[in-house]
Design a protein around this ligand. Structure first.
Ligand code: KIV
Length: 267
């Protein structure tokens, strides 16, 4: 059995120049499968709201949702570092509430670290959580909880001023004590510059190859999100038709009386 990874292992990987792998998971079976494949970090993302609960965006996701899914993921994990996402309104009001909610994700959820969205504006909050010895992953660029400010899911940092702001945000998150930073939906060259300017690993999603690691949403790479697939997603297995066909076969076998056969019945 592989030993449980810690923040120190992630820091060592970064120091050695090893690419860091991260995937989202929301339940026990997927966590087990990716843990067995050796994924470095599992993110219990608030993307659960879109890919599991069917909301249009991540804003309705609650602390209770993330706690429930984090517990399931932790039970399926033996070696990966589990990062729980802080949902909208769980950390933006004030530092005290942010610390309390981060603590709940560790104490009641079993997560090893938390992630929150924001740069300079969230630096004090990140520092307060880190000060409680809770490891934090930052997240800047296309931050889905800011959908209404951004006017949709749009690539961020294409203009010079915005790029400068993102660089300042990245440095503020590092300075606040985050041990890693997710860069989402920004030009690859800007991600390269930010990565070069930091001494913590960057984890890219739609941010090109020059990040210290990559994260994707598990339902996206398995072809289970037919509603919306961003350009940065690579579909490694198209499971929707496979699952659809299996369900269709079950329905027709029940209707025709083929299932259950003797093999699946008790004497
Ligand atoms: O919620 C999520 O899945 C995320 C990743 C896309 C980084 O925040």
């Amino acid at each position: 059995m592989n030993k449980q990874k810690t923040v120190l292992d992630i820091q060592n990987m970064y120091a050695n120049g090893d690419k860091i792998t991260m995937l989202t998971a929301y339940d026990y079976p997927f966590a087990r499968l990716m843990d067995q494949q050796g994924v470095d970090m599992i993110l219990v993302g608030d993307s659960v709201g879109c890919v599991v609960a069917g909301y249009d965006n991540t804003l309705p996701v609650t602390m209770e949702d993330i706690l429930y899914h984090t517990r399931a993921v932790v039970r399926g994990t033996q070696q990966a570092l589990v990062v729980a996402d802080m949902p909208f309104l769980s950390y933006q009001i004030d530092e005290r509430e942010a610390c309390l909610n981060a603590g709940r994700l560790i104490k009641n959820g079993g997560a090893h670290a938390v992630k929150l969205e924001g740069g300079t504006n969230m630096a004090a909050t990140i520092a307060a959580i880190v000060n409680m010895d809770i490891p934090v992953v930052g997240h800047i660029g296309l931050t889905p909880q800011s959908i209404h400010r951004m006017g949709g899911y749009k690539v961020q940092g294409r203009r010079d001023k915005q790029a400068q702001q993102l660089l300042a945000d990245a440095k503020a998150v590092e300075q606040a004590g985050a041990f890693a930073l997710v860069l989402e939906g920004i030009p690859a060259d800007l991600a390269r510059q930010i990565t070069a300017a930091l001494s913590i690993p960057t984890i890219g999603i739609g941010a090109g190859v020059n990040c210290s690691g990559q994260v994707l949403v598990i339902h996206d790479i398995l072809g289970l999100c037919e509603k919306y697939s961003p350009k940065f997603v690579k579909v490694y297995a198209n499971l929707a038709p496979v699952i659809g066909a299996a369900i269709g076969e079950y329905l027709s076998e029940v209707r025709s009386g083929v299932f259950p056969s003797e093999e699946h019945s008790f004497k």
